[in-house]
Design a protein around this ligand. Structure first.
Ligand code: C2E
Ligand code: MG
Ligand code: MG
Ligand code: MG
Length: 293
């Protein structure tokens, strides 16, 4: 290794590091502009029951950058989190979500739908989260029983006791809680017993693997068993195939979300699919029974 090469490698490494450290700042700067210029929106992904009827939706944040095109939440949410912008982004999400719920409530055909909204740990743990949410619910005249907040266990960074109390207090408003990405973290049964959640979302990674290997299938079965014991509903996320659906149904799971039923879509499209459902595909025609000679 000659000194020039060494220097070059060193500089490249420093540059790469700098880029990595400043990337979230760049994204964050753009994100503030995005909020101001209306580049953020919510997409709605259907949640269905065992009959394939839409019972509600999960609201998923989308960012369409004017120059860069769509930027996935897996990129901009961690960046927003890193620079402390997530509470601001999260209040945009809540505002949009509750405006949508209030529209639905005014329509007899949409009024029964539930809306699941992702709330990040930093947003939930803000001191004024509860007041902000109360005010929003009141302003939009929302029947809070239609609202479900999705939390991940990372929310527990603030401590089990204060989180459990805040959840209990919010629950008294009528809304419910769902534990997102269940099974991927350090899930402990002890905390599950203490938190007033009504639903577990079985993470997509298990759903994908369960139809293929026994260990993941066993994992899904034990999540179902825990849910049954604690009286919790389960939602399977990332259902893409009939085989996955069949397996999940065999475990007793009753609510499903995934590309098999619909991708996250703009509000108007989602409402259309509830109001004017496409005819379900006919089962394949029965083969004539071979006659014995
Ligand atoms: P999540 O809450 O676990 O959301 C489920 C993710 O799985 C979504 O990705 C959804 O589009 C995707 N998905 C659903 N069904 C399928 C499927 O059948 N196959 C595959 N391959 N993917 C499927 P998305 O929209 O990219 O969101 C990623 C994550 O970003 C979310 O995971 C959530 O943690 C976060 N996120 C999205 N919107 C918000 C938000 O408004 N607030 C907060 N705090 N986080 C959000
Ligand atoms: Mg979610
Ligand atoms: Mg999830
Ligand atoms: Mg997930």
């Amino acid at each position: 290794l000659n000194p020039t090469m060494a220097a070059l490698i060193f500089c490249t490494a420093i540059y790469a590091l700098q880029q990595r450290l400043s990337a979230p700042r760049g994204i964050a700067r753009d994100l503030v502009a995005a909020l101001r210029h209306g580049e953020l929106s919510l997409a709605f992904q259907p949640q269905v029951d065992g009959m394939g009827e839409i019972t509600g939706a999960e609201a998923l944040l989308r960012w369409h950058h004017p120059a860069k095109g769509p930027i996935p939440p897996s990129i901009f949410i961690p960046a927003a989190e890193e620079v402390g912008l997530m509470p601001l982004v999260g209040s945009f999400v809540l505002e949009e979500a509750l405006a949508t719920l209030s529209r639905w409530q005014a329509d007899p055909k949409l009024g029964r739908l539930t809306l699941s909204v992702n709330v990040s740990a930093s947003q939930f743990n803000e001191a004024d989260f509860e007041t902000t949410l109360r005010d929003l619910l009141a302003r939009h005249h929302i029947d809070a029983t239609r609202l479900r907040l999705e939390l991940t266990e990372s929310v527990l960074i603030a401590g089990l006791e204060p989180v459990a109390e805040k959840m209990a207090s919010l629950k008294r408003l009528g809304l419910t809680f769902s534990l997102d990405d269940f099974g991927t973290g350090f899930s402990s049964l002890a905390y599950l017993r203490r938190l007033p959640v009504s639903e577990l979302k079985i993470d997509r990674s298990f759903v994908t693997a369960a139809a293929e290997n026994d260990r993941d299938a066993a994992l899904v079965r034990s999540i179902r068993a825990i849910a049954t014991d604690l009286g919790l509903e389960t939602v399977a996320e990332g259902v893409e195939t009939q085989a996955q659906l069949a397996f999940l149904k065999s475990t007793g799971c009753r609510v499903f979300q995934g590309y098999l039923f619909g991708r996250p879509m703009p509000l108007a499209d989602f409402e259309l699919s509830v109001l004017a459902p496409k005819p379900k595909p006919m089962p394949p025609p029965e083969r004539p029974t071979p006659r014995l000679a």
